[in-house]
Design a protein around this ligand. Structure first.
Ligand SMILES: [Ca+2]
Length: 482
């Protein structure tokens, strides 16, 4: 979760192996690209995708919303599999606008371990008129397990897949349009920023311009630094800095360092000049939201410190800088899925991926935390019951349901001595708050002919049912005939 700051590198012209400039061969229809020969690989698909017809796959989860894919222009979609080594399995896609090509090529990077085509990046570039391309970096899935025992796959991930993508995509673009791109660019952030730096360093003739956003370079050191922060804040519960204190920390840092750059604008222009002493935030009495305990001060100092060995010698200077506090929970915060993952015997990544797939299939609506609303102060509730003419119920019901203080809204049958057809459950901190909500509803619904409010007098039970448990199944068998 790195903040992407764009850094532009003009590609160097150092003497390295120069790829042969593709020779224009004249425009070729998209479907004929399926028989196009590729060095170290083969085309697996070449087809026109009609405007707005692209369907994102599960691996594009986390990218743009489906509506953005729906806004794509018509394009030629080419997929290919490349094997520059016997153990390589690199998938690439090249997307080329049918109309309105701006004459340029933009390859897009991945994040983290890659492992999927970056459909979001492809979508953005295509909509801007670029011919664009992306690779899965030679493996599937978001983890690094693929690398163990597969040095060639690691090489593909490190740099070869990005380079092979670039060479083949240029060749495909040249064949499809009958001319090579006027300019070629690479853009990537985080893991993609690392790809960008590696391209500039190792294949300087691949691109005319490279945007390396927040590059996650020097992975061995970088991940050690991530562990450094995690170890400092998770060694015990006292060391954990509660997420709700991070903004307070950030405010204190900005307050201390904002003016160093000469402009009080809430931005620390040069964090390397910012020296912060978290000791000044020490709690004078009991722990509270506006101060840090001694253990939390140590954790905060560690988050902004270089990695050192047992003797205090610096092993890695790269560390978080003052101003990064709001994002600390990524490295140093609690992991809400960790207990569930441990219980299921899978990694947190695998669990999150599984949940995402369930959501994609419509089996999971949401993952929610349940607030004990009574303990949070919302202890009062009142069921407003409303007498509404039958022909107005369908209009009035949704209006009543739209009130924020209403959690449930039903229509129920009326009886000779019970004229109330709509039920609205209002929640508040007090009976008066509930009354206010229901009074506001009454004031905005002139259709109401009569009303009453039912308050609970004794609570015998109030739970959420736990479905699919052994207990529940037993109960269903005994009582519900299931
Ligand atoms: Ca400033």
């Amino acid at each position: 979760m790195r903040i992407c700051t764009a850094v532009l590198f003009a590609s160097a012209t150092a003497a390295v192996a120069v790829e042969r400039t593709p020779i224009a061969t004249g425009p070729v229809s998209c479907d004929r690209l399926s028989s196009m020969p590729l060095r170290n690989g083969s085309v697996t698909r070449a087809e026109i995708v009609a405007a707005g017809a692209f369907q994102p796959t599960a691996s594009s989860r986390g990218g743009p919303p489906a509506s953005e894919f729906g806004a794509l222009p018509a394009f030629c979609r080419l997929s290919a599999n490349l094997k520059p080594s016997t153990d390589s399995d690199i998938n690439i896609e090249v997307w080329m606008p049918v109309d309105g090509w701006n004459g340029k090529f933009e390859a897009v990077g991945n994040g983290g371990w890659g492992g999927a085509i970056a459909y979001g990046g492809l979508s953005t570039a295509l909509r801007r008129g670029y011919a664009t391309a992306s690779t899965d970096m030679g493996h599937q899935g978001s983890g690094g397990e693929f690398a163990q025992g597969h040095p060639d796959k690691l090489t593909d991930f490190a740099h070869r897949a990005t380079h092979e993508l670039t060479v083949q995509a240029k060749s495909v673009i040249n064949t499809f349009y009958g001319r090579p791109p006027r300019f070629s660019y690479f853009e990537g952030c985080s893991g993609g920023g690392r790809q960008a730096l590696k391209e500039a360093q190792k294949y300087p003739n691949d691109f005319d311009g490279i945007v390396a956003g927040a590059p996650a370079a020097e992975w061995t050191h970088l991940t050690t630094q991530a562990l450094w922060g995690a170890l400092a804040t998770r060694s015990d519960s006292a060391s954990m800095i509660p997420r709700e204190k991070l903004q307070m920390l950030h405010d204190a840092v900005v307050n201390a360092c904002d003016r160093i750059d000469g402009v009080t604008d809430g931005v620390i222009e040069n964090p390397t000049k910012c020296r912060v002493d978290f000791g000044t935030l020490s709690c004078k009495g009991a722990d509270s939201a506006s101060c840090l305990t001694a253990a939390q001060i140590e954790s905060a100092r560690a988050m902004l410190s270089p990695v050192t060995d047992a003797k205090g010698a610096v092993m890695w200077e790269g560390h978080l800088w003052p101003g990064s506090e709001p994002e600390w929970a990524v490295l140093g915060g609690p992991q809400p899925y960790a207990p569930a993952a441990t219980e299921l015997g899978v990694s947190v990544d695998a669990l999150v991926e599984h949940l995402g797939a369930m959501a994609d299939r419509g089996l999971l609506r949401r993952v929610a935390a349940i607030l004990f609303h009574r303990r949070a102060g919302f202890s009062a509730n009142g069921m407003g019951v409303w007498q509404v003419p039958e022909d107005r119920i369908l209009d009035v019901g949704p209006k009543m349901a739209a009130y924020r203080g209403i959690s449930h809204c039903y229509q129920r049958p009326t009886y000779a001595d019970w004229p109330y057809s709509i039920f609205t459950m209002a929640h508040g901190r007090s009976k008066e708050e509930c009354d206010s909500i229901l009074d506001a509803i009454a004031a905005s619904t002139p259709e109401v002919q009569g009303r009453a409010t039912l308050y609970s007098s004794t609570e015998f039970k109030k739970i959420r049912l736990l479905y699919f448990t052994d207990d529940f199944k037993r109960w269903e068998r005994e009582h519900a005939g299931v």
